[in-house]
Design a protein around this ligand. Structure first.
Ligand code: ZN
Length: 274
C-alpha cells in the first residue's frame, strides 16, 4: 500500500497564531522553531499509523508556506520527504505518481470560516474559491486533485471546523481527527501534542483499514476565485483561457481537472505580484 501524506501547519495541535507558523520573520523564529517540531511529530505519527496498517511506501509532502518546515533529521526513517519549492502541484506534489490513499495532516478551514484557527485559502488576498459553485478551501481543491488521479482522501486532521468541512464535502466515510477547538481565529482549546500524535496515529491506522472512494470532480469543472483588490484579478486573468467574471473574480473551466488545478496555481501566484 502506497500512502501520501500532505502536512500543513495551521491545524497542528497547539497552533493558534501566524507567529507560530511564520518561517520568514526573524521575530517569530523562537516560536516557529517550537511549532515546526510539533508539525514533524504529527507527520511522523501519521507515518506510524500508515505502517501499522500495512503501508509499504509513504511520501510526506511539506505543504506549508515555503514548504521547508518539516525537520528532515527527525523524519520517520520509513518515509520519504518532499520539501521545498516551487512544486508544480504544490501541497499535492507527487500525487500523480500513484497512491492508494492520501492523508491531510494539520489542515485548516477555508477562508471565511468562523470559529476556525487561522482559516484561509492559500493567502489572505483570496476571499473565496468556488468549485462548480460550491465554496472550497485547500482541503477541497487538494481532495479533488487527488480524486482526479484516482486517490481517495482517507483522513483529515485539524481543528473541529476543518473536520466538519471535510465531512460536509467528502462524506461521513472520511476519518477525521480533531486536535483542537477554536475559540476564535487566534484562540483554541487544544489537546496536548503527545495526545494529538496518539490520535493521529490511531486515526490513520483505523482509516486505512477500510476502503475509501476518490472524490472525483465532474468533467468539465469550473473554478471561480474572489480576490481582494482588482489589480490582483488583473494579474490573475493573464492565465490563458481564463475569464473575468467581475471586478474581483476570475474563472477557469476545463474538462481535465489537472489543467484546472494548474490554472488555480497560476491564479494565486500571479495575484501575488504587485
Ligand atoms: Zn499552511
Amino acid at each position: 500500500m502506497r500512502v501520501y501524506v500532505s502536512v500543513d501547519m495551521e491545524g497542528i495541535a497547539g497552533v493558534v497564531h501566524e507567529d507560530q507558523t511564520n518561517p520568514v520573520d526573524p521575530r517569530c523564529a523562537g516560536e516557529y522553531a517550537r511549532f515546526r517540531k510539533l508539525m514533524t511529530g504529527e507527520a511522523n505519527a501519521a507515518v506510524e499509523g500508515a505502517l501499522s496498517a500495512g503501508a509499504t511506501h509513504v511520501v510526506v509532502n511539506d505543504s506549508h508556506w515555503d514548504m521547508r518546515n518539516l525537520l528532515a533529521e527527525e523524519l520517520h526513517e520509513a518515509a520519504e520527504l518532499l520539501s521545498g519549492g516551487p512544486k508544480r502541484l504544490s501541497m499535492m506534489e507527487g500525487i500523480e505518481t500513484g497512491f492508494d490513499a492520501a492523508l491531510f495532516i494539520g489542515y485548516h478551514a477555508r477562508a471565511g470560516t468562523p470559529r476556525a484557527v487561522l482559516d484561509h485559502t492559500i493567502m489572505d488576498a483570496i476571499r473565496d474559491v468556488r468549485l462548480n459553485g460550491r465554496s472550497v478551501g485547500e482541503l477541497g481543491l487538494n481532495a479533488a486533485l487527488a480524486g482526479a488521479y484516482g486517490v481517495p482522501v482517507a483522513l483529515v486532521s485539524g481543528d473541529r471546523a476543518t473536520a466538519e468541512e471535510a465531512r460536509a464535502l467528502l462524506g461521513s466515510g472520511i476519518e477525521t481527527v480533531i486536535v483542537k477547538e477554536a475559540v476564535s481565529r487566534h484562540a483554541a482549546r487544544s489537546v496536548a501534542p503527545a495526545a494529538a500524535r496518539r490520535l493521529v496515529r490511531d486515526g490513520v491506522a483505523a482509516a486505512l483499514g477500510r476502503p475509501h472512494h476518490p472524490w472525483v470532480p465532474p468533467s468539465p469543472s469550473t473554478i471561480e476565485v474572489d480576490l481582494t483588490f482588482s489589480y490582483q484579478a488583473d494579474y490573475a486573468e493573464l492565465v490563458p483561457g481564463s475569464s473575468r467574471l467581475g471586478p474581483l473574480t476570475v474563472a477557469y473551466t476545463h474538462a481535465d481537472f489537472c489543467e484546472l488545478f494548474r490554472a488555480w496555481r497560476a491564479f494565486y501566484n500571479l495575484a501575488r505580484a504587485e
